[in-house]
Write a protein that binds this ligand. Structure first.
Ligand code: CA
Ligand code: CA
Ligand code: CA
Length: 160
């Protein structure tokens, strides 16, 4: 709990956009569009990722432990859930699902399985996330990219 409080404070300091209500489906643009022009350049994305890595690395040792990684994710998830108009029951389901996925994700990203994530492993995950969002691969994520990505994710969810 202490770590979460610390992270919340750190994130508030790092990002003024953290508490605005994200429109479902454009959370990526909401999170990374620092100059609020409605699109996310790779430079904007990298700047937020750098700040986030620092905020996530609660003990400042240059590595992310699973607790640090999952704790930072949960802080952001709770903000998204708080801004969502879904029922409490749906939110509880979503929270459980997302937290499980966050742990799985940490395990996948920690490629050499030394139970800590290096900056290089973190950056590789960022590069993949950006590429996934940038549907037309022009190096900028705009509303059309976000809508296309969202449609694909929904289709994938309906499959399982
Ligand atoms: Ca922008
Ligand atoms: Ca650390
Ligand atoms: Ca694009």
């Amino acid at each position: 709990m202490k770590i979460r409080l610390f992270l919340t404070a750190a994130l508030l300091a790092a990002s003024g956009t953290a508490f605005a209500a994200p429109h479902e489906g454009s959370a990526f643009i909401h999170d990374y569009d620092a100059d609020h022009d409605g699109q996310v350049t790779r430079a904007e994305f990298d700047a937020v990722r750098t700040a986030r890595f620092k905020a996530t690395d609660a003990n400042g040792d240059g590595w992310l432990s699973e607790d640090e990684y999952v704790g930072e994710y949960q802080t952001r998830l709770e903000q998204q859930l708080a801004a969502s108009d879904r029922s409490e029951e749906k939110k509880a389901e979503e929270r459980q699902r997302q937290m499980r996925q966050a742990k799985v994700r940490f395990g996948v990203l920690d490629k050499d399985k030394d139970t800590r994530m290096s900056r290089a492993e973190y950056d590789a995950s960022g590069t993949r996330a950006f590429a996934e969002q940038d549907d037309d691969k022009d190096g900028v994520v705009n509303a059309a990219d976000a809508a296309a990505t969202r449609a694909k994710q929904l289709a994938a969810q309906q499959k399982d």
